[in-house]
Design a protein around this ligand. Structure first.
Ligand code: MG
Length: 382
């Protein structure tokens, strides 16, 4: 059965895929990209997303987004857009669900601290780590390490990458060297991520009390939709008003992205997925919407991500990750056996041990990292 007959010619069709690193017999009752999605959902790293956060720490409140709910929101937004553009919804879903698998505990604060500690050992980059999770770290199959995903899924997970790293990655890094685009599905998952986090950070920011509605009304994009809600439902207030406003903002972004992308794809007369790779980025917002999105991001950076209450958590997170890393590097015998390498202090084995430590730390959930910190540094904790 051809599940993909309805797709546009420039979508990523399973039949034209560059395939898996280890050849496997074809799936019987699903497409190869559905199979990827299913492998991702059953992975250990995916379940950990439930206890990892982006801005707020997992224990701060039950209603804040976690990386798991964020990934589900990204998949929802990306699939809606994908169906309108006749792209491969299964691939878009797989990329969306996997895009944050490599994140450390405590969001960007954790990643920056780990990257700083890994400076002499090849650095740490969450995007690259997501790829490492699906390529190497998951232990689920007898025949291979990782999940053995399709090339296009892996290509979509590797959203960005330095030239130095790209050169080490072989085929999957080649597009960064050639300055080409990934599939339209990958471009789409990337922008769906942006739509999701900008809007849920507003929602979570308001919920936490770190942002106020009067602050948000300084942003034209929010104010405009807020006025629309007020005139549709005079006197509406509280959570209902916020939810109506955020809902309309998400919808406006999605509708704009579909229209603009349709136009750009049409102008290029694409025939195959490789035409899309050679074209400029085609999944995009209109110029006006792009400006609104930039202002919104700037607002969130200045008012939420650098709020002093968030800074306190960021600072604590940095300390936890840095001190865990240093303790494990000084005494690798504190690590679970799987993460210990034979003691040897030549540069190469040090770098390998450091990578093991980074894998161990990156795999931790927020609360596991805090517990591990207490276990190592507090005498009254075992
Ligand atoms: Mg994300």
């Amino acid at each position: 059965m051809n599940f993909e007959a309805h797709l546009a010619p420039y979508a990523a069709h399973s039949a034209q895929s560059r395939g898996r690193s280890f050849a496997e017999p074809q799936a019987e009752a699903r497409t190869e990209f559905q199979r990827d999605r299913d492998r991702i959902i059953h992975s250990t790293a995916f379940r950990r997303l439930e206890y990892k956060t982006q801005v707020f720490v997992n224990h701060e409140g039950d209603l804040f987004r976690t990386r798991l709910t964020h990934s589900l929101e990204v998949a929802q937004i990306a699939r809606s857009i994908s169906r309108n553009l006749r792209l491969n919804e299964d691939l878009v879903e797989a990329i969306s669900l996997a895009h944050d698998l490599g994140h450390t505990p405590f969001g960007h604060a954790g990643q920056d601290a780990l990257n700083a500690r890994m400076k002499n050992y090849g650095g740490f980059e969450h995007n690259l780590q997501s790829l490492r999770v699906v390529d190497a770290l998951e232990e689920r199959y007898g025949a291979f390490d990782g999940l053995n995903l399709m090339f296009e899924t892996r290509e979509g997970i590797l959203k960005h990458c330095s030239l130095a790293n790209a050169k080490k990655l072989g085929a999957i890094g080649q597009r960064f060297i050639d300055r080409k685009q990934p599939t339209l599905e990958a471009q789409l998952a990337n922008l769906a991520d942006e739509i999701a986090y900008n809007n849920h950070d507003i929602d979570d920011g308001l919920r936490s009390g770190l942002l106020t509605i009067s602050q948000l009304n300084e942003i034209d994009f929010y104010a405009r939709h807020g006025r629309e809600v007020e005139s549709a439902y005079p006197g509406i207030s509280g959570r209902r008003a916020i939810n109506e406003t955020v809902r309309r903002m998400i919808n406006a972004l999605i509708v704009d992205l579909i229209g603009t992308s349709q136009q750009r794809i049409g102008d290029m007369h694409l025939k195959t997925v490789d035409d899309a790779r050679s074209a400029p980025p085609l999944i995009a917002f209109s110029e006006k919407m792009q400006q609104d999105a930039v202002l919104l991001k700037r607002f969130l950076r200045e008012n939420l991500y650098h709020h002093y209450m968030v800074n306190r958590m960021t600072s604590k997170a940095r300390r936890i990750i840095t001190e865990l890393f240093d303790a494990f590097m000084a005494e690798p015998m504190l690590l679970p056996p799987d993460y210990q390498l034979p003691a040897n202090d030549d540069a190469d084995s040090l770098a390998k041990q450091a990578r093991k430590v980074a894998d161990y730390i990156a795999g931790m959930t927020d609360r596991y990292a805090m517990r591990e910190y207490r276990r190592l540094f507090r005498v009254d904790e075992i």
